[in-house]
Design a protein around this ligand. Sequence first.
Ligand code: NAD
Length: 351
Amino acid sequence: MNRDFVYSGSPAHIVFGEGKSALAGAWVETIGCRKALVLSTPQRQADAEALAERLGPVAAGVFAGAVMHTPVGVTERAMETVARMGADCVVSLGGGSTTGLGKAIAYRTDLPQIVIPTTYAGSEVTPILGETEGGRKTTVRHPRILPEVVIYDPALTLGLPVGISVNSGLNAMAHAVEGLYAQDRNPISTLMAIEGLSALRTSLPKIVKAPRDIDVRADALYGAWLCGAVLGTVGMALHHKICHTLGGTFGTPHAETHAIMLPHTAGYNADAVPELLAPVVEIFGGSIGGLWDFAREIGAPLTLKDLGLSEADLDRAAEVATENPHWNPRPVDRRSIRALLQDAWEGRRPA
Ligand code: NAD
């Protein structure tokens, strides 16, 4: 077995535990800041205002305009608020959309970020920022983008609707599955991927039954952290490329797209890297198709058709997803990607 690898640890501080979001104000001071701008989506504005209230003297104010895929126009408005309020750091309270806005501000200003994630997307532990402008989504990776402090407080996820929890959990799992066969994987990323998948395998079905169980929520958030850390450490392949294409070109919702595509992309790569995907087979009941069974069991969407895509869109998606060559364990060509998309569109179970 080849044991060559490079491992670089993340410099971020990770704070995990029920009620730990109460430490946000102390962390603002620990990182040497005095005026934090709290960010959220419009839907979570009341929570953001309550957090700003709790931050007291170290709060500069609230910007509740975050939306999915980080449109540059929203970032520019947020930057005006940063300047007007004299903010010296941001506190992002919410899912990947809010974290994305904080990262976009940090990328432009180098302001430090404290993130309090409330979904399982995993963006908070990656140095990656996806932004949209003029209908195009571009991705940039830079050390300035990686948040300095992440506070995981499972109590804040108790009200995350079951549907969003399921899709977001599968989104996290996709980071781990692709991390297992990443070209630049290392022993730590593989350990994190397996542990993250196991934690979500156990917790997501329990969340469906008892969404307000704090221990189960803690398990899922723990799994999401590990899966996100894999995404932040190693390169992704076909799965992320296709989801990026579908989201960027057809505006399909982020987490749902990942949830639907995961069993299909894993199935596509299964024969190319059987030994690397063996942990997935083991965790999900003996076959890659077990991933699809799991998604169905927890009520995830199973067909691209349900996201409003037409069959004709699949031709274009296959074209866009294969126009720039990218690494994948199994070679990628337009015909096989078109077939894979057809299976996902119809919701066919992979073998
Ligand atoms: P999201 O942040 O848009 O959240 C989904 C919805 O859930 C929103 O309406 C939000 O207000 C609501 N919500 C969040 N937390 C809640 C809670 N605790 N209770 C009730 N409602 C709550 O979606 P997401 O799936 O978390 O993130 C998707 C975005 O993140 C996309 O833009 C994607 O590109 C990005 N992302 C980036 C990375 C990266 O590393 N750069 C990784 C994953 C996702």
